[in-house]
Design a protein around this ligand. Structure first.
Ligand SMILES: [Zn+2]
Ligand SMILES: [Zn+2]
Ligand SMILES: [Zn+2]
Ligand SMILES: [Zn+2]
Length: 228
């Protein structure tokens, strides 16, 4: 998925559309976000605590990214589950967190986020030790206050699904053919119409295009929706 313009996403607080880097800066000063935080601090349940702004991206396909807010008291397992649900889960593979990827020491899933990272740190999450998905988790900021919801994680922005076009006709793609990629060195993207009459099935059925960096890996078919 290289060679296209940077993917964009929408701030959940004010609906402005920006790139990943733009949102990273914007979320620090978004007045609608500040108002939501102030309202949570005034009326929300629970005690104030350190809450982290995490910028998350696929290691190899930077078109796929998330801006999350996560309680410092929540264990890394919470983030692992979130990433599995929104992006990764195909068949229950093992996963791990570390600093520095495969070479780094594993960090226990039971470790609280606030005990594991400081602002500026970057964790690597690896899902599936065979056909691996690697996700970079950067702590870009913290705030002290009450969480916005009863959940440990809040989705603040995610990339819009990258625009991919049919290799036959240039219309928006709805399907991916793995056989085209591996056997014919083609992009593999197909629109609804050309997906219907596509002749390949040696690599299984065509895969629906979903908003996840794991699309096309280990039979991943989505749905790539957040858990809450
Ligand atoms: Zn905003
Ligand atoms: Zn799998
Ligand atoms: Zn087509
Ligand atoms: Zn094909």
């Amino acid at each position: 998925m290289a060679g296209r313009k940077q993917s964009r996403g929408v701030c959940v607080f004010c609906s402005k559309e920006m790139t990943k880097g733009g949102l990273s800066r914007h979320l620090k000063s978004c007045t609608a976000r500040q108002a939501a935080n102030a309202a949570a601090d005034a009326a929300g349940p629970g005690k104030p605590e350190t809450i982290f702004h995490l910028q998350i991206q696929d290691r190899y396909t930077s078109d796929f990214w998330l801006h999350l807010e996560m309680r410092g008291s929540a264990p890394l397992r919470t983030l692992d589950r979130y990433l599995r649900t929104i992006w990764l889960e195909c068949c229950g593979h093992l996963s791990r967190f570390s600093f520095g990827g495969w070479d780094g020491d594993e960090i226990a899933m039971s470790r609280q986020l606030g005990q594991a990272v400081e602002v500026g740190d970057e964790l690597t999450h690896i899902y599936d030790f065979g056909t691996s998905s690697e996700t970079l988790v950067k702590a870009v900021a913290t705030r002290t206050g009450k969480p916005l919801t009863k959940h440990p994680i809040t989705l603040m922005a995610r990339n819009q699904i990258p625009e991919v076009t049919c290799q036959e006709c240039g219309k928006p793609a709805a399907w991916l053919c793995i056989e085209c990629i591996y056997e014919y060195d083609k992009p593999g993207w197909l629109c609804q119409k050309h997906g219907k009459r596509h002749p390949h099935d040696d690599y299984g059925e065509l895969m629906p295009v979903v908003n996840s960096p794991r699309l096309g890996m280990c039979g991943y078919v989505g749905p790539a929706d957040p858990p809450y």
